[in-house]
Design a binder for this molecule. Structure first.
Ligand code: ZN
Length: 110
């Protein structure tokens, strides 16, 4: 089974050309990861050491040697030990149709 990103709306695996990162072992950091995933999945309880989050939810500052990797020198991107995912994926179709519905109903009610 491929490692799949657990963030809702994102099902990236290492096959999609993104980096994948295992859940941190540090409990304090892990709690922050849980909080992030819970923002996207209400049913989220907690990650395990086999849980994976893909690199799309991190900023370049969260990685060690990102610039070298980008330039093709590094073999593998490594997360900084204290890195916490902060980047949400948008929910393209769902979000758009909902916003449009709101605008229409407001202009009609006038
Ligand atoms: Zn992801």
């Amino acid at each position: 089974m491929p490692r799949k990103c657990v963030v809702a709306g994102c099902s990236n695996t290492h096959k999609d050309g993104v980096t994948t990162h295992l859940w941190p072992k540090d409990e304090k950091i892990a709690l922050k990861w849980d909080r992030f995933v819970r923002l996207t999945r209400v049913d989220w309880i907690k990650g395990t050491t086999a849980t994976t989050v893909c690199g799309a939810h991190f900023t370049p500052e969260d990685f060690d040697g990102y610039n070298q990797w980008k330039a093709g020198f590094g073999m593998r991107l490594r997360l900084k030990p204290c890195a916490v995912p902060t980047v949400h994926h948008r929910y393209p179709s769902l979000h758009k149709s909902r916003a449009r519905g709101n605008t229409t109903s407001r202009s009609q009610s006038k």
